[in-house]
Design a binder for this molecule. Structure first.
Ligand code: ADP
Ligand SMILES: Cc1cn([C@H]2C[C@H](O)[C@@H](COP(=O)(O)O)O2)c(=O)[nH]c1=O
Ligand code: ZN
Length: 287
């Protein structure tokens, strides 16, 4: 069942799903497909519930000559004009299911007939830039952006105006998160669903994620399983000696841990780091 779901989800970003129901044939240009995958991320209501994804990007029409796109949502029950915006924040350590939860909520919005787009930071290129991917391999098309303020222009004003819901993954990497959420929810009446790390590997506030909590309608803090003892894990331990705040990586670099194993783990990593440093110093003095 899971394998079927994942393989169905994976087929989402293959060219077959990027063919336009409005045009009689698909564009043969790979560049068009890439453009579509990263630029025109509308989803329609699907017949299937979340348990049997996929979501289906719809109504994308490409003119290969000028790369312009038209988007239309047949199922749209847009409520932008009648309702105010909302902000929902999903936080937790790595591997706690933030992206999974974001995709589930996006699916629920689609089932409700709303137009949705997903944005992620282009800093996280682990799985390519045209999809949001969970640690379980479930993925959906997205726009990868250096910042949020340029999303409207990249997406296209007309398409942007039709959006009811914007999902943001890896929110800790967006410096303009606060202003974007503020504008979109307060002034444009859209719903923003934000997923990101509340803390970095040293448990310091990460980016602007905590700053938007006073703006939020709801905040969900998720936990993972401690990789050492299996208890609930609220923290992310970095297993390597690198000290920069931003360091893209997965299970090769990070592990979710409980409080006890965060503390003991940090001591071990710090000891290893000091040992490495002293060995480097010895090496340098030999030369
Ligand atoms: N140490 C781990 N390494 C790889 N995958 C993990 C690990 N721990 C949990 N997972 C899987 O990752 C899933 C959560 O993935 P995801 O939604 O991408 O989390 P997040 O966005 O919070 O990092 C869990 O349901 C679990 O199956
Ligand atoms: C703790 C921590 C994480 N990161 C990076 C590592 C990953 O690329 C992302 C988090 O991904 P996920 O969807 O939450 O699994 O952030 C970092 O740069 N610095 C850190 O301290
Ligand atoms: Zn533990």
């Amino acid at each position: 069942m899971l394998t079927t779901t994942i393989s169905r989800m994976q087929s989402l970003i293959t060219p077959t799903f990027l063919f336009s129901p409005l045009s009689t044939k698909a564009t043969p240009l790979a560049s068009n497909l890439l453009y579509l995958a990263s630029k025109s991320i509308f989803f329609s209501k699907t017949q299937n519930p979340i348990s049997s994804l996929p979501l289906k990007p719809i109504m994308i029409s490409v003119k290969p000559s000028d790369f312009r796109i038209q988007t239309r949502c047949v199922h749209s029950k847009s409520s932008r004009s009648t309702s105010s915006g909302e902000i929902h924040v999903i936080v937790g350590p790595m591997f706690s299911g933030k992206t999974t939860t974001l995709l589930r909520r996006v699916q629920a919005e689609i089932n409700d007939g709303r137009n949705v787009a997903i944005i992620k930071s282009n800093k996280d290129d682990r799985y390519g830039l045209d999809s949001v991917v969970t640690h379980d391999g479930i993925k959906l098309p997205c726009c990868a952006m250096p910042n949020l303020s340029s999303f409207r222009q990249k997406f296209g004003q007309d398409a942007y105006d039709q959006l009811d819901v914007i999902g943001i993954d890896e929110a800790q990497f967006f410096e303009d998160l606060y202003d974007f959420c503020h504008d979109v929810a307060d002034h444009e009446g859209k719903t923003v669903i934000v997923a990101g790390l509340d803390g970095d590997y040293l448990r310091r506030s990460f980016g602007s994620v905590l700053d938007i909590i006073p703006l939020a309608d709801s905040v969900t803090k998720l936990s993972a399983r401690c990789e050492i003892c299996g208890k609930r894990a609220f923290f992310t331990l970095r297993k390597t000696e690198e000290t920069q705040t931003e360091l893209i990586g997965g299970a090769d670099v990070y592990m979710p841990v409980c409080r006890q194993h965060y503390v003991t783990g940090q001591v071990a990593v710090e000891a290893a780091r000091m040992l490495l440093e002293s060995q480097k110093l010895q090496c340098n003095s030999c030369v």
